[in-house]
Design a protein around this ligand. Sequence first.
Ligand code: GTP
Ligand code: MG
Length: 202
Amino acid sequence: MGREEAGHRPLATDHFPRIIISAARPEQFPPEGDAEVAFLGRSNVGKSSLINALTGAGGLARTSARPGCTQIVNFYQVERGLRFVDLPGYGFAKVPREKTREWKALIEHYLLERGALRLCVIVLDARRGWMDKDIELRDWLEIHGRPYLAVATKCDKLKSHKERQQSLRALRDGYSGEILESSAVKGWGVRDIWQAISKIKT
Ligand SMILES: Nc1nc2c(ncn2[C@@H]2O[C@H](COP(=O)(O)OP(=O)(O)OP(=O)(O)O)[C@@H](O)[C@H]2O)c(=O)[nH]1
Ligand SMILES: [Mg+2]
């Protein structure tokens, strides 16, 4: 299980980026301190891959073609003063309902209670746009006053002009805010996303 093991706490080091802890329960969340950016989105959408692309650390966040890979909350120290938080993906139908409830409680606890949380990144699949669960999350964040940024990833999968047009339509449908496009595979969008993240520090 390696770094996915709940409660796994490697030795402290000054080396960045590094995992701080994989938490299966709120009691395992690390003490609050540095600003946190949380990555949220449907299972398999590419949250962990995006974290790896942003940090330039290929094996930092475990990725998988199998949805539901990240079932716990992973805290990463990205640089001095900044942490990334990889939250479990939502909306994976094959996960037992009880498990889904557990994850939801864990995510909600983090989003409601975490004072250090400065920005939520809603990760969308560029080919699908806003799906019901994403809209639910967006509404929830707005109601609770949590700032968020929408990122449409896997843009490398849009091969034709027609697919790109369809993607833009789906992303813009009912949403007028900013959406950054990215590809973890190609490294697209990394600079823009960092620019948005760096604003939380000012
Ligand atoms: N082509 C392409 N594939 C990607 C991209 N980002 C992620 N993937 C692939 O999509 C699959 C899921 O990626 P993950 O990063 O594990 O997704 P996740 O959102 O963390 O998934 P969960 O932890 O299960 O919620 C993997 O097979 C990745 O290689 C991308 O930008 N382009
Ligand atoms: Mg993941």
